[in-house]
Design a protein around this ligand. Sequence first.
Ligand code: AHM
Ligand code: MG
Length: 329
Amino acid sequence: MEDSRIGLPIGTALDRFIKRFQDDFPYATGELSQLLRDIALAGKVVNREVNKAGLINLSGSIGSDNIQGEDQQKLDVLANIRFIRALTKGGEACAIVSEEDEKITDLHNNGKYIIAIDPLDGSSNIDVNVSIGTIFSIFRRLSPVGSPVTEDDVLQPGSSQVAAGYLLYGSSTILVYTTGNGVNGFTYDATLGEYFLSHQDMKIPDNGKIYSINEASTDDFTKPVNQYLDHCKKSNYTARYIGSLVADFHRNLLKGGIYIYPSSKRYPEGKLRLMYECNALAFVVEQAGGKASTGSSRVMDIVPKDVHQRCPLYIGSKSLVERAESFYD
Ligand code: AHM
Ligand code: MG
C-alpha cells in the first residue's frame, strides 16, 4: 500500500522515512533529522522503562515537587534524564525547556535548535498501567550560532515550530510527528527495536462525536464551557476522558472529537502548558486538518512570556472546535 503524497509504503522504517524527507526541510543539513532520531531513540528507552516499571522499582513518587508544584514520579524524573541526555549528546540542540526543570537548560554549544519537551505526560496514570506520553516541540534559534541563547530564541510562538510530535506509550507505542508537511505515525516493534510507518498522512475527521474533558470540574467552569457541554449531551456525543493528554488527543485524532482543558476557577489560565503540551499538539492537529484554540484565539499565535505558561485548550476536529468557540462569541 503506497500513499501517493508521501510515496512510501506502510512498514517503512522510521530512519528511511526521515532520510527520504530530509531535503524537504528548510535549511536541510541533517541536524533536524538527527534530532528526530534522538527523540525516537530516547523514546525506546523510556518505553522499556514504562513497560517494566512495576518490576524494577520505578513506580511511585520520588518525594519532591516540580516547578508546577506537582508531585514528581520516579518515571517523570527518569524520562527527563533520558530525553535531556539524548538531546544533549548530538549537539543539534542549544537549549531545552522541560516540564520537569524550572530553568531553561542552556547547552552552551553551537546547536541550532531549541526543544520544548514534556518527557512524560499523564503522571497520575503512570503507576496504573494507563497510557502516558511524551510531547515535543522543536524551534530553530533566531540568534546567530555561537552567541548566547536569548529569551527571544526560546519564547517563540507555536507558529514558528519546525517540527513537533508525541510518543504514546499505550497498548502499542507510537511516534507521531510533523515537520509541517502533514502528519505521520510510526508504530514501535519492540521485537525488532524499530519504528515502522503505520499511519500515513494522518487526517482528523472534520466532525466527530467524542468530547473529552474532566467533567467533575463543571462547578469550576465558566458559563460558555458548561453551555457547550450541554450542547454535546443534547447532540448525543459520547464522553471519553483518560486524563492523559496524549492518549485522549491521539484517540480523537483518529476517530474525530474534541479535547478541552478550559480555564476554570482552579486554573484561571487553564492547566496545560503552552510550550511543551499545547503547541506541539496544535501543530500536529492543524497539519492533520483540525484546529487548536484557546476558546477565542489560535493557540499557535500566542507569544509565550514564560516557559511554563499555561493556556486553555480546545483541540480536535475543526467543526467541533469552531462550535465550541461559538459559545464564546
Ligand atoms: P501532567 O503534566 O502533570 O501529567 O498534567 C497534564 C495532564 C494531562 O495529561 C491530562 O490531560 C490532564 O493533566 C488531566 O488533568 P485533570 O486530572 O485535572 O483532569
Ligand atoms: Mg505534562
